[in-house]
Design a protein around this ligand. Structure first.
Ligand SMILES: [Fe+2]
Length: 173
């Protein structure tokens, strides 16, 4: 675990994400965007890491984790998709390679949601979302080929298994 980046880079990433104001603060989110901009600007370095892959699915690779923050590289196999979900923590991501299609949803009750918007996220794209904002989404890789994205979550990887709070099924509006 956490063996993908050099100790130096891992330390630098975690130092920049350290915040006294918590992982939903403006300073933290600005730092997370900056870290993501740096990482997505080095696709050759990321693509050379010995990242785990799951054919037809997506694989999560822990790049760095410390206290309340964890940084992951996701490798999206062609055709892979997340569930429709929201988050219990702040969730920032950037696309390194390929295209990740992000669909946004609006909950109509505790378990059902209606799609409201869909965007293709391409290399260099960086965004953050907060648990308090509209944050129900689904990510998919329609290909061609795999996609890689980096995700920075405000959760401790030793306490939570993922950033997902709740999952929904899609209904048409
Ligand atoms: Fe998500």
């Amino acid at each position: 675990m956490q063996g993908f980046l050099s100790a130096e880079r891992r330390g630098a990433v975690l130092r920049s994400l350290r915040s006294n104001e918590g992982t939903q603060s403006r300073d933290y989110l600005a730092a997370a965007r900056e870290v993501l901009r740096e990482l997505v600007a080095m696709p050759d370095v990321i693509q050379r890491l010995p990242l785990k892959r799951t054919p037809g699915g997506y694989a999560r690779n822990l790049l760095a984790g410390d206290g309340g923050v964890s940084v992951w590289a996701m490798v999206w196999g062609e055709g892979s998709a997340t569930s429709i979900h929201d988050h219990h923590c702040s969730c920032c991501f950037g696309v390194v390679s390929g295209t990740v299609t992000e669909t946004w949803y609006r909950a109509i009750d505790d378990s059902r949601a209606i799609a409201t918007e869909e965007q293709h996220r391409t290399p260099g794209y960086v965004a953050c979302m907060l648990p308090s904002g509209p944050n129900i989404h689904r990510m998919r890789n329609f290909g061609p080929g795999e996609a890689i994205s980096i995700h920075i979550y405000g959760f401790d990887h030793e306490i939570h298994s993922s950033s997902i709070e709740k999952e929904y099924v899609a209904v048409s509006g």
